[in-house]
Ligand binder design. Sequence first.
Ligand code: 1HE
Length: 252
Amino acid sequence: MGFDNIKLTIDDNIAHLRLHRPDKRNAVNNGLLRDIETCFDTLPEIVKVVVLSGEGPHFSAGLDLSEHQVRTPFEVLQHSQWWHRVFNKIQFGGRPVLAALQGAVVGGGLELATSTHVRVADRTTFYQLPEGQRGIFVGGGASVRVSKIIGPDRMTEMMLTGRSYGAEDGLRLGLSHYVVDEGAALAEAFRLARQVASNAPLSNWASINAVANIGDMSMANGFYTESMAAAIAQSSDEANRRMQEFLNRKKN
Ligand code: 1HE
């Protein structure tokens, strides 16, 4: 399928989705959002894991400000809900998504990055929520996702002061999971993607869906749901096979 704003390649069981508006620092316009949505809607069955990256020196400059137009409150609400729908497809689509980050991961770019499951940042990466300076508010999920990662208190401070956190700060805060040398994020994301793809698909599914859902539950509901997910994963043929393989492995 041809896309105008992304490049998609599939090699073996790993899909590579590249945001492809480098001249505009991969700012997210409607076309780019639509391409991401279509891509996740139509990934072939063989794809087990997705690597998401941005072409050029920046992962994404967030919302495309040149598409700004005065909208009614209802139109803004619907537009924001579209972003939520698309990013939910990334987070809950059933496939692990790994992001390779560099340069700006700001505003909607940070909202996009935090909908992925593993984030590898090179040392040029910086995180920022400049919405306050632009006179708007987040609308792509940051007040849920970023706030869960760094805490509502720190997100409020980040928005008020417009401060920028570097890759190492991001590691401390949980925005980055790995920090690597400049230019090395994509290779590391692919190395990790191959490792993730070798897990049992059911375990990956539970790691993505069960953990996130349980995080929103009461303790009692969380424990019950964990037991249900364990029951499904642990009673599978694949779990039996993998555990037997481990027990029967030859020790040198
Ligand atoms: C853009 C955008 C954009 C760049 N929308 N066109 N996001 C922001 O407030 C971030 C705004 N951007 C920046 O701070 C900087 O561009 C960067 C730090 C990301 C990169 O700087 P630099 O020096 O490498 O590039 P540049 O010269 O600033 O930009 C290159 C081109 O990209 C230029 O266009 P040109 O036609 O003049 O070459 C810029 O106009 C264009 N560009 N960023 C549109 N964001 C669901 S709600 C989410 C709310 C938000 O995301 S708010 C945060 C918006």
